[in-house]
Design a protein around this ligand. Structure first.
Ligand code: FMN
Length: 320
């Protein structure tokens, strides 16, 4: 167990630097955080919000790897250079994003059916930057066989690793992860392969580990929002919450709330941000099956806080 490495899988709109700092402070268990993707729109310019998210000073004790979404090597290289100047030495390329507005433009998982474009892209960027490159990808966009055309291309390049989420893009997050396909990918690649997808409990992690004993690196996305203690419990190989589970959750929540209140203009934005967090976090509040509905009704910070107080009360005494 001591050998495994856990990675925070990026969730655009959720795992920003404020979340990462609060999370790292209260829960730990994560060895490396991947930042939500940087995507340039139109011009060679990193937006101030992106810059804030990845600025090393805003990620003081976070081991962070930035990610880029691009199909144009020019853009990738621009961002690589920018990040290198900030002190980063590694960069992840997003070949997994499933959303049609991305995929239809031939980016993210929309590029997986075009191995010749991936080849040309990697040829150019590996020639022109000395950043350590890795890739995060799905099995394909339309079909899970697309990746079988991509893996031989990836063999030609010095990649730190490839992280595979074994679904297709057009599946979005529906349907089961295809573990047979993941197994096949593992045997078709000499790169270090990371597993990513639906790790939501210690039990599920153990099952996956039994199935893929050769995998050392695991990426957890939504599971960590739903149960922030999950990575630490996986590391301990013990599905036991600390006695003060809800006190820690409470402190984490309050820290994050304060940090969004400080950063965002007006209660509406703060509430929107907290509402989206609760879409996942509510899973840690089994005593309040209608909790999310209640939270969504909150129109002011005061009523939000009252509702949240109620949710925490309903979980005492702590469940194990
Ligand atoms: C709201 C949301 C935002 C995401 N943003 C990113 C992103 O910026 N970059 C990325 O590579 N994957 C992104 N993903 C995919 C996740 O990182 C992860 O690959 C996927 O959710 C499967 O892992 P999980 O089952 O552990 O969540 C996003 C997923 C969701 C649901």
């Amino acid at each position: 167990m001591g050998m495994i490495r856990l990675h925070s899988s990026p969730l655009q709109g959720y795992t920003d630097f404020r979340f990462r700092n609060a999370y790292h402070n209260y829960f730990g268990g994560i060895d490396q955080y991947m930042a939500p993707y940087i995507r340039l729109k139109g011009s060679l310019e990193i937006t101030p919000a992106r810059e804030r998210d990845i600025r090393p000073g805003n990620n003081p004790s976070i081991n962070l790897i930035p990610q880029v979404m691009a199909k144009d090597p020019e853009i990738f290289l621009y961002v690589a250079d920018y990040l290198q100047n900030l002190g980063y030495r590694a960069l992840n390329w997003n070949l997994g994003c499933p959303y049609p507005m991305v995929a239809n433009k031939g980016m993210g998982s929309g590029m997986l059916a075009r191995p010749e474009l991936i080849d040309a892209f990697l040829h150019r960027v590996t020639t022109e930057t000395d950043m350590h490159l890795s890739i995060k990808m799905r099995l394909g966009y339309e079909s899970s066989s697309e990746i079988m055309g991509v893996l031989p291309v990836l063999e030609k390049y010095p990649l730190s690793y490839i992280a595979i989420h074994p679904r297709t893009g057009n599946q979005l997050y529906k349907g089961a992860v295809d573990l047979d396909a993941f197994k096949a990918c593992q045997s078709q690649s000499s790169h270090t392969v990371f597993y990513n997808g639906d790790i939501a409990t210690v039990h599920r992690f153990r099952e996956l580990q039994d199935r893929f004993p050769g995998i050392r690196h695991w990426m957890i996305g939504r599971g960590l929002l739903a149960d922030p203690f999950l990575p630490a419990m996986i590391k301990a190989d013990d599905h036991t919450y600390p006695e003060n589970r809800y006190e820690v959750l409470r402190a984490f929540h309050d820290t994050l709330l304060a940090s969004y209140q400080e950063a965002l203009s007006g209660p509406k934005h703060v509430l929107t941000k907290m509402h989206s967090l609760w879409e996942y976090l509510i899973a840690s509040f089994p005593a309040s099956p209608r909790g999310l509905k209640r939270i969504r009704k909150a129109q002011s910070l005061q009523s939000y806080k009252d509702i949240v107080n109620g949710l925490f009360k309903e979980e005492t005494p702590p469940t194990h």
